[in-house]
Write a protein that binds this ligand. Structure first.
Ligand code: 8YV
Length: 321
């Protein structure tokens, strides 16, 4: 019957249909979130495990002696997978870069506009039936057009966000990136690379995170760095919750050290701190970055391409290990 493949969550229907047609696939019909034990059993009993961001695969379960040879992650970020262990044990891991760039950048812009123009707060007020009608001083936000956007991590999504902000809203772009980035596209909109993260944080009106999560960037935006941000600035995160010290961010929002935040990702999904939910100057979304029909289908198809290549003895196009 070919390789045994397990899909840890429900995937878009057209992708599940092809997986079931082409592989000996076990689907997760009730879409429950698998426990650590179930994930360990899946690695032990199946040839390929197709995961999502909610499936933690630490080195304790990604060890020698398991049956799985292939992990196809539905998503570009893979900080939930112990990549070094996978590499050490010869397990191929793939992800889905490219296809979610536009939608994630769109969502970063959505969050920026929502927080600056108090869209979430306004909608809550209206739905609660307490809006008294138009008046010149009601719910005044801040203009984003012409301001400075600071991008942390100038990869595909960072660039797509910069492009939208510059060409859509006339924003000046500054960015911070681990390595030097200098090319014709960035020069065409005069995006300026900051030497230090501190410099970016102290200069931007809006800071948007686009770097990977995991060990390398854990706590990158810590209490000291948040204190560098300008009091009128907004903080946007569509990357990963672990990049930020969430407690320090909440303190800064409560104390008015920064003006607001738009968050799509959290330190501990989906347990959102009550203090965060109580804040009016924050827009909170349930990890919707890639959540469009077009993108989610494309992500699934990309996993299918990688899986197919692997079992046909070809190089998977999006191999991480
Ligand atoms: C995905 C994401 O929807 O691709 C990523 O890294 O954060 C999301 O947009 C999620 O990871 C699904 O696994």
């Amino acid at each position: 019957m070919g390789p045994r493949v397990i899909v840890t969550r429900r995937w878009p229907e057209p992708v599940e249909r092809l997986l079931a047609e082409r592989f000996n696939a076990r689907l997760n019909h009730d879409d429950h979130r698998m426990t650590r034990q179930e994930l360990a059993e899946s690695l032990r009993d199946f040839d390929a495990v197709l995961t999502t961001v909610g499936d933690e695969l630490p080195e304790e379960i990604l060890k020698g002696g398991i049956r799985a040879r292939f992990i196809g992650n539905f998503g570009v970020g893979y900080n939930h997978i112990a990549i070094d262990s996978a590499r050490e044990h010869g397990i191929t891991v793939t992800n889905t870069p490219g296809v979610l760039t536009d939608c994630t950048a769109d969502l970063a812009i959505t969050l920026m506009l929502m927080v600056a123009r108090r869209a979430g707060q306004g909608e809550r007020e209206l739905r609660a039936g307490v809006w008294k009608g138009w008046c010149p001083t009601h719910m005044i936000g801040r203009k984003v057009t012409g301001r400075t956007l600071g991008i942390v991590g100038m990869g595909r999504i960072g660039r797509a966000t910069a492009r939208r902000a510059h060409f859509g809203f006339g924003m000046s772009i500054i960015f911070h990136n681990r390595s030097r980035v200098d090319d014709a596209e960035l020069r065409s909109f005069r995006a300026r690379q900051c030497d230090t993260l501190e410099e970016l944080l102290a200069s931007a009106d809006v800071v948007s995170l686009h770097c990977p999560g995991g060990d390398k960037n854990r706590g990158l935006i810590d209490r000291t760095r948040i204190a560098e941000m300008r009091p009128h600035s907004f903080f946007i995160n569509t990357a990963r919750g672990d990049v930020v010290d969430e407690g320090a961010l909440i303190d800064a929002l409560e104390n008015g050290c920064i003006a607001g935040a738009g968050l799509d990702v959290f330190a501990n999904e989906a347990r959102i701190p009550e203090r965060l939910k109580a804040l009016h100057n924050v827009v909170l979304l349930p990890h919707l970055g890639s959540a469009t029909e077009e993108t989610r289908v494309a992500m699934g198809m990309k996993v299918l391409q990688n899986l197919t290549a692997f079992y046909e003895g070809r190089e998977p196009p999006d191999r991480i290990t």
